[in-house]
Design a protein around this ligand. Sequence first.
Ligand SMILES: CC(C)(COP(=O)(O)OP(=O)(O)OC[C@H]1O[C@@H](n2cnc3c(N)ncnc32)[C@H](O)[C@@H]1OP(=O)(O)O)[C@@H](O)C(=O)NCCC(=O)NCCS
Length: 180
Amino acid sequence: MFGPRIDGHNGIALVPSTLEHFKLHMSWMLQPETDRFWGPRFGEMTDEKQEERFKKTGEDQTQIQWSIAYQDEPVGFAGIFDIDWVRRDGESGIFIGRHDLYGRGIASEAIRLRTDFAWRELRLHRVHNWIAHANRGSRRANEKVGYTQMGLFRRSFFRSGEWYDEWLGEAYPHTFPDQR
Ligand SMILES: CC(C)(COP(=O)(O)OP(=O)(O)OC[C@H]1O[C@@H](n2cnc3c(N)ncnc32)[C@H](O)[C@@H]1OP(=O)(O)O)[C@@H](O)C(=O)NCCC(=O)NCCS
């Protein structure tokens, strides 16, 4: 399902994704600047497939997906996936498709809004994620809202001629800065 609009600081908001946003994903995900640590390097990236993915995402009761808006333009997406409503645990993910906007704090604010929603609205007990250890920007943005390392999955995936370790992170309501 798609999450509701949540306005944050500095012109950054989480907004419900539209089909037009999903169609933008294709060009966002197939760039070397954005897919270094994440994203498919193969697969069916067509308008038809994106329509199918959009419909499935909207119907899926085990995920909350948003587009990230910056100054009212869609620039990426974020969400919590594979939510187990009994264990109250889910996996989080984020992707900024506009690499010309990296380093402006967009991910940090989007992750703060997403994590706050996980605790205050979804009442989750824990959120976890997998981040390439070398992906410092993503790790840092998550650590700032209370994610800490629970493990290191060595040589998790092979890309561009080298193996990457993955940092396994977890966050809880009591690790969220505003609630400490
Ligand atoms: C990783 C990503 C989400 C970061 O987005 P962003 O909007 O540039 O991040 P922010 O500007 O909020 O920066 C977050 C923190 O990381 C730091 N940072 C950002 N990029 C960095 C880099 N390349 N190297 C080191 N630190 C970096 C920032 O300084 C900031 O820390 P600070 O607040 O202490 O100064 C974005 O680059 C992205 O979407 N990449 C492609 C997809 C991806 O890797 N997704 C994550 C999969 S786990």
